[in-house]
Design a protein around this ligand. Structure first.
Ligand code: NDP
Length: 238
């Protein structure tokens, strides 16, 4: 059997498409998110679904231990779970900043922590962190979201260099606009409306399956080849 892959935020959008992609390629998959019923609906072969909030490292680790008992060591984790609460810096409730930092940054670090010791010991493994083009350039009303995604780029590059001697790979995937549930997290209707209008100018862009393909491409290289970063967006996106 192929090796175990863990996907966080597999209940919708990019994570869901990634789960299907790896499963179709024959991998056992551990699917994590808070909406367990959405994970179970996927009904993928050789899968384990667990309700895990990525900010809770204990339940994160225990789900991974359980899956490893059944399917063997984790060969790849896709730290995909994320939230986007767009807001104007002067008016946004700081609780929303904290929520994004907790999920988008600490959630990624938790995922790395849960698998890294074992990968280092085995001298193999791949960690894929989902950032964003908002981790490379600024956008209006994105201050805290951009901070989290610039953070993902920063932590990935730092840890990648630290773990390279152990033959463990780390990849950043930075998508542009993809049609998913992501915008629904934003609480300001005005900002949501503006974002929807902007999205219309690049409608029919890239899809969750395109991001899943990029993740799978990076993973499918020989262990000696590390794709450090993939930035992908609809051709017409600025
Ligand atoms: P979705 O909202 O469709 O998916 C987000 C996923 O994250 C859901 O499965 C959700 O599951 C999960 N999630 C959120 N919070 C938590 C949590 N605390 N613990 C566990 N899981 C959680 O959005 P996308 O698919 O678009 O987003 C996936 C990633 O891609 C995110 O990191 C996002 O920032 C990034 N991205 C998306 C872009 C886009 O345009 N869509 C562009 C660039 C990057 P549940 O609610 O069931 O827990």
């Amino acid at each position: 059997m192929k090796k175990l892959v863990v996907i966080t935020g597999a209940s919708s959008g990019i994570g869901r498409a990634t789960a299907i992609k790896f499963s179709e390629a024959g991998h056992p998959v551990l699917l994590l998110a808070r909406r367990l019923e959405r994970l179970e609906e996927l009904n993928l072969p050789n899968s384990m679904c667990r309700r895990v909030d990525v900010t809770d490292i204990e339940s994160f680790k225990s789900a991974i231990n359980e899956a490893e008992e059944k399917f063997g060591s984790v060969d790849c984790i896709v730290n995909n779970a994320g939230v986007m609460l767009l807001g104007n810096i002067q008016t946004q409730d700081p609780i929303e900043w904290k929520k994004m930092l907790d999920v988008n940054v600490l959630g990624v670090l938790n995922g790395i922590k849960c698998v890294l010791d074992s990968m280092i010991k085995r001298n193999e493994g791949t960690i894929v962190n989902i950032s964003s083009i908002a981790g490379r350039k600024s956008f209006a009303d994105h201050a805290a979201y951009c901070a989290t995604k610039f953070g993902v780029h920063g932590l990935t590059e730092t840890i990648r260099e630290e773990i390279a001697p152990y033959n463990v790979r780390m990849t950043t995937i930075a998508p542009g606009v993809v049609e998913t549930e992501l915008l629904s997290h934003t609480t300001s209707d005005t900002i949501k409306g503006g974002y929807e209008d902007w999205k219309k100018t690049i409608e029919g862009g890239i899809f969750p399956e395109d991001i899943a393909n990029a993740i799978f491409y990076a993973y499918s290289q020989p262990q000696t080849v590390c794709i450090r970063e993939i930035v992908l967006a609809k051709t017409q996106q600025g």
